[in-house]
Design a protein around this ligand. Structure first.
Ligand SMILES: NC(=O)c1ccc[n+]([C@@H]2O[C@H](COP(=O)([O-])OP(=O)(O)OC[C@H]3O[C@@H](n4cnc5c(N)ncnc54)[C@H](OP(=O)(O)O)[C@@H]3O)[C@@H](O)[C@H]2O)c1
Length: 239
């Protein structure tokens, strides 16, 4: 799907990859970019419309839905990645609230608009969805669950013409992994890779050098074959 002339909503647009996605969508000719943030945000381009949207807040989600009358692309980008060792259940809950239930609840709320536009949902996952990074196990579990959620949504919404994309991001240079001394892609190049993947209709998008090295293995692997096999059980009118 091309972004030109489209209306896009990006959650977690205040900084990091979300912020870069706003700029990338504008560069690609988006008609309108709703920038979901938890605090106030200003942007010089009049196509950007800030929307207060804490993805864990049912009130914010409802208010955002009623303020938007058309949507082509929902990018579920907001995320948190606390360091933990699974000893504190609160950390798991808080991480799941954003990375899993936030994705599900925001998607469900915008489904009527996305069904009407036959639009797209883009879920920001991570390569740690494929194998846990035990420094951030709560995060890894949440992204694995979000990958599974993405697969179900993809199958359930296909009959409505809503495409669901998963972005298997590798390390990108943002606040999220500030302390980690490893090669990282820039936010700008990751944002380009994400919209390129969307334009090329890659259901699983690998937008940076680290993730790209996994792309062929994933696309031709047993898990992908199984996903397709299981998706075929969904009746055409399931959604
Ligand atoms: N950076 C990486 O290496 C990497 C790798 C794999 C996947 N990802 C994924 O890419 C996405 C963006 O990550 P990033 O690196 O750009 O992170 P980041 O720089 O830490 O930014 C996180 C964004 O999420 C927002 N956010 C956090 N909790 C929220 C909530 N409850 N409601 C709404 N927004 C919330 C933050 O808003 P505030 O400014 O209000 O806190 C911020 O805009 C995440 O889903 C992340 O898991 C990143």
């Amino acid at each position: 799907m091309s972004t030109a002339n489209k209306t896009v909503l990006i959650t977690g647009a205040s900084r990091g990859i979300g912020r870069a996605l706003v700029e990338q969508a504008l560069r690609r000719g988006a008609k309108r970019v709703y920038a979901g943030t938890r605090g106030p945000m200003a942007h010089a381009d009049e196509r950007v419309i800030p929307v207060i949207l804490d993805v864990t807040s049912a009130t914010d989600i409802q208010r955002a839905v009623t303020s938007i009358d058309h949507l082509d692309v929902l990018v579920n980008n907001a995320g948190v990645a606390p360091y933990d060792d699974l000893s504190n259940p609160d950390i798991l809950e808080r991480t799941f609230a954003v990375n899993l239930f936030g994705v599900l609840n925001v998607t469900r709320a915008f489904l009527p608009l996305l069904k009407r536009s036959r639009g797209a949902v883009v879920n920001h996952l991570s390569i740690v969805a494929l194998a846990a990074l035990p420094l951030i196990p709560a995060y890894s579990i949440s992204k694995a669950a979000a990958l599974n959620l993405t697969q179900s949504l993809r199958a359930l919404l296909a009959g409505d013409g809503v495409k669901v994309y998963g972005v298997l991001l590798g390390p990108v240079d943002t606040d999220m992994n500030r302390g980690l001394n490893i090669p990282k892609a820039t936010t700008e190049s990751a944002a380009r890779g994400i919209f390129d993947g969307l334009e090329h209709d890659e259901e699983d998008i690998f937008p940076d050098p680290t993730s790209q090295s996994l792309a062929d293995g994933w696309r031709n692997g047993a898990a992908k074959a199984l996903e397709r096999q299981f998706a075929a059980f969904v009746p055409g009118d399931a959604a």
